[in-house]
Design a protein around this ligand. Structure first.
Ligand code: NDP
Length: 344
């Protein structure tokens, strides 16, 4: 059933997943439209962002940067919404806003989490190439990775929301850019549409040997979004003074228990030490005050000039959010995964 103006469809967390979430971990429910109180606005969701961090918030522990979603509560998420009713002096009816309405058709806000978007021909860009994921690529690569012309940059999840932007920005800075992605089709897309110099399929055999062949001068910047076997392949190739922005470890988000088997810690720490590597984790929420305005300006220009291309994977219908989110954790998306909840 599509969005209506009478019922608030909500996707609730039905149970905490073990490993990869299943459709049974979500429940589509219907509630009456909420009524805004004094100082509140009623929002109608147009676009919902689906992001890997949501997997962490499905666990009872949540994450350091955000609390867990309660079982029975709507899933949380960034959204582009229209103001339907306003009892807030700073927001007018019909205004387009960026906020956190979550996986539902309608939500209330007191305005503290809303940013007006003005008129946008393509509002979903506020979640993709002008949004949190592209900003993550910008801060992680340019501030922490600091690629120099001629250096080699390696990007995991190379065609994903963050990765697709990292790859293009690294090319803009004159680096040789090697991506790692899940499957031959994604690798073709990486080279033909995103400008990667090479891209390796992480599912094909002998990733480490293929990566070594693709990086004959070693690796100067590894943009870490993945961990697991991708990190194993990268580690021996890191050059002296390499930079490793640690953005995410998606290969481990579905882990239920600590890994068993070979202990990788000595190899990791010896490499960091002997190669004088700068490895820095970052959470993008920390960087809005200092860096967002410049990102918005520069990225706006790069998009307008065609130097960076926005890549979105748009799914239609709130009811398809669970299946699309599971697909993201399985590597089925290419580009920023966005749910179109309602038209204009
Ligand atoms: P993506 O659009 O890149 O989607 C996730 C991709 O990860 C999948 O398409 C898949 O690509 C890859 N993937 C999934 N499972 C595995 C696995 N087991 N092993 C290796 N790769 C896997 O998501 P985002 O761009 O939004 O996020 C990328 C990373 O950045 C995540 O780790 C996320 O948590 C992190 N992030 C961190 C932020 C921060 O503030 N530090 C902010 C935003 C994101 P493929 O199959 O092609 O490899």
């Amino acid at each position: 059933m599509p969005q209506t103006d009478r019922i608030n469809r909500r996707v609730l967390l039905a149970s905490r997943p073990h490993g990869l979430p299943s459709l049974q971990d979500f429940r589509l429910d219907e509630a009456p439209l909420p009524e805004p109180g004094e100082g509140q606005v009623l929002l109608r969701t147009l676009y919902l962002s689906l992001d890997p961090y949501m997997r962490n918030l499905m666990n009872a522990e949540g994450a350091r940067y955000a609390p867990a979603v309660a079982v029975g509560a709507p899933m949380v998420g960034g959204t582009v919404s229209r103001v339907l009713t306003s009892r807030h002096p700073d927001f007018r009816v019909d205004e387009l806003v960026l906020g956190n309405a979550g996986w539902q058709d309608y939500a209330l806000s007191d305005g503290s989490d809303l940013s007006p978007l003005g008129d946008m021909a393509q509002p979903s860009l506020a979640l993709s190439a002008l949004g949190m994921t592209a900003f993550t690529a910008y801060v992680g690569l340019l501030d922490i990775g600091q690629p120099q012309a001629g250096e080699t940059v390696v990007v995991g999840a190379a065609t994903g929301a963050v990765g697709a932007v990292v790859g293009q920005l690294a090319k803009l800075k004159g680096a040789r850019v090697v991506g790692i992605a899940g499957g031959a089709d994604k690798c073709r897309l990486a080279v033909e549409q995103l400008g990667y110099d090479a891209c390796l399929d992480r599912h094909a055999p002998q990733l480490a040997a293929r990566l070594a062949a693709a990086c004959p001068r070693g690796i100067d910047v590894y943009f870490e979004s993945v961990g697991g076997v991708v990190l194993d392949a990268v580690l021996p190739l890191l050059n002296d003074h390499a930079r490793v922005p640690v953005c995410g470890v998606i290969a481990h988000y579905n882990d239920d228990a600590p890994a068993t088997g070979r202990d990788h810690r000595p190899e990791l720490l010896s490499t960091v030490l002997q190669r004088r590597i700068r490895m820095q984790g970052f959470v993008i929420l920390d960087h809005y005050a200092a860096r967002y305005a410049e990102f918005r300006h520069e990225m706006g220009e790069w998009l307008a000039s065609g130097q960076v291309k926005a890549r979105e994977d748009v799914v239609d219908g709130l009811e398809r959010a669970p299946e699309a989110f599971i697909g993201l954790l399985e590597g089925r998306n290419a580009g920023k995964l966005v749910v179109r909840v309602a038209g204009g």
